[in-house]
Design a protein around this ligand. Structure first.
Ligand SMILES: C[S@@+](CC[C@H](N)C(=O)[O-])C[C@H]1O[C@@H](n2cnc3c(N)ncnc32)[C@H](O)[C@@H]1O
Ligand SMILES: [Zn+2]
Length: 310
C-alpha cells in the first residue's frame, strides 16, 4: 500500500491558500492556457484537481472534463460552485494510484502541484498510461528540486550531493496537506531529469518544457505589485523555459502506446467507469454501484462518487 496525502484529515480548505497568491496563480494559468489553446478532445482528467482552480484553462478544449481528487470533502464542498461555472465537469473522489476508469479513455490530462505527494512516480505513471489513449496529451507540473534558490543554498553549504537526481523529501515540521503534525509529510521535490526519465520510460514523450513562478519572492511582490511582477514573469517564461532555474517545471507530453483497446465514443460517465480494485465492470443502482467480480461497493454521496481505495 502506498501512502496518500489525505487532505480530509484536517478538513483542509485549499481554496484559502489561493486567496493571497495572485502572482503564482496567474503565472501557472499563463503557461497552461498557451498549451491548451491548441488542444481538442473528448475525455480529459485533472488529477488532484481539487476545487477546479485550473478548470478555466482546459474547459473549452475538452468536451468531457473530469476533476479527480482524493479529498472527498473538497469535491463535495465545491460541487455546486464548479457545476454552476463549468456544467460539463464531472467530479470523482479516487486515488491517483488506482483510478476507476477503463483503459484508453482520456485524450488529455493534467497534474499540477500534486506530484510532491506522489512518492512512487513509476507506479503512478504506469496507472496513468493505462487510462490515457495513444497520442493523448498529458501535462505534468512538479516542484523542481534544483531550482536556482535551492541550488545556491546547496553550494553555500558545500552540499554537492544535493545535485544528484534522487528525489528530495522536503523537511516539513508543520504541514496540513494531509499528514498529522509531527509526522513527515509526503512532500517531494523532483529533479527535472529524473521525471523526464520516468516519463520517457513509461511512453510519455516530452514535446515541450516550460518554467513557472520564477519570481516567487514576497519582497518583490510588495515592492512592484503583482501585475508588474507578472509582466516580468511572462518575459522570463519565454527566456528561461529550458533551464533548471524555475521552482516549478511543466512538461507537455504525448503518449506513445503500442497496445491499445477499442476506444469507446460514449459521453456517459458510467460507460468509462470500472472497479479501481480489480478493473472489472460495475453494476450501478441509483447512488450505489458494486463490482461484478470482487463485490466491492462504491457510493455516491452529496453528488460525488467515492472510488477511493488505498
Ligand atoms: C496542493 S493541491 C493542488 C490542487 C490543484 N491541482 C491546484 O493546483 O490547484 C494537491 C491536491 O492533490 C490531491 N491528492 C494528493 N494525493 C492524491 C492522490 N494520491 N490521489 C488523488 N489526489 C491526490 C489532494 O487531495 C489535493 O487536493
Ligand atoms: Zn472489483
Amino acid at each position: 500500500m502506498i501512502e496518500v496525502s489525505n487532505y480530509d484529515f484536517f478538513d483542509y480548505d485549499y481554496t484559502q491558500y489561493w486567496k493571497v497568491r495572485k502572482y503564482e496563480d496567474f503565472a501557472e494559468k499563463h503557461v497552461l492556457e498557451k498549451i491548451f489553446n491548441s488542444k481538442r478532445g473528448k475525455w480529459f482528467i485533472d488529477i488532484g484537481g481539487s476545487y477546479g482552480r485550473l478548470t478555466p484553462t482546459y474547459y473549452n478544449s475538452y468536451t468531457n472534463p473530469i476533476i479527480l481528487d482524493y479529498s472527498l470533502k473538497t469535491l463535495q464542498r465545491n460541487y455546486s460552485i464548479i457545476k454552476k461555472q463549468f456544467p460539463n465537469v464531472e467530479m470523482i473522489a479516487a486515488n491517483a494510484y488506482h483510478m476507476p476508469f477503463r483503459n484508453d479513455t482520456f485524450d488529455g490530462g493534467l497534474m499540477v502541484r500534486v506530484l510532491h505527494h506522489i512518492s512512487e512516480p513509476v507506479v503512478y505513471f504506469n496507472e496513468l498510461k493505462r487510462i490515457m489513449r495513444n497520442d493523448s496529451y498529458y501535462i505534468q507540473e512538479f516542484a523542481n528540486k534544483v531550482n536556482l534558490k535551492a541550488s545556491l543554498r546547496a553550494i553555500l553549504h558545500l552540499n554537492f550531493k544535493f545535485f544528484s537526481k534522487k528525489p528530495y523529501q522536503q523537511p516539513t515540521s508543520k504541514n496540513f496537506e494531509g499528514t498529522q503534525t509531527g509526522q513527515e509529510a509526503i512532500s517531494f521535490n523532483y529533479h527535472p531529469a529524473f521525471i523526464a526519465n520516468v516519463l520517457k520510460n513509461t511512453g510519455f514523450d516530452i514535446e515541450n518544457r516550460y518554467g513557472c513562478s520564477y519570481l516567487r519572492f514576497p519582497a518583490l511582490k510588495r515592492l512592484f505589485g503583482d501585475d508588474n511582477v507578472l509582466k516580468m514573469e511572462y518575459f522570463l517564461q519565454k527566456l528561461l523555459k529550458s533551464t533548471n532555474i524555475p521552482p516549478s517545471v511543466i512538461f507537455e507530453t504525448k503518449l506513445v502506446k503500442v497496445k491499445t483497446t477499442q476506444k469507446s465514443d460514449s459521453s456517459k460517465l458510467k460507460d468509462i467507469l470500472l472497479c479501481p480494485k480489480c478493473l472489472s465492470d460495475l453494476v450501478f443502482k441509483d447512488n450505489s454501484s458494486y463490482c461484478k467480480c470482487c463485490d466491492k461497493t462504491y457510493k455516491k454521496e452529496e453528488n460525488i462518487w467515492d472510488f477511493r481505495i488505498d
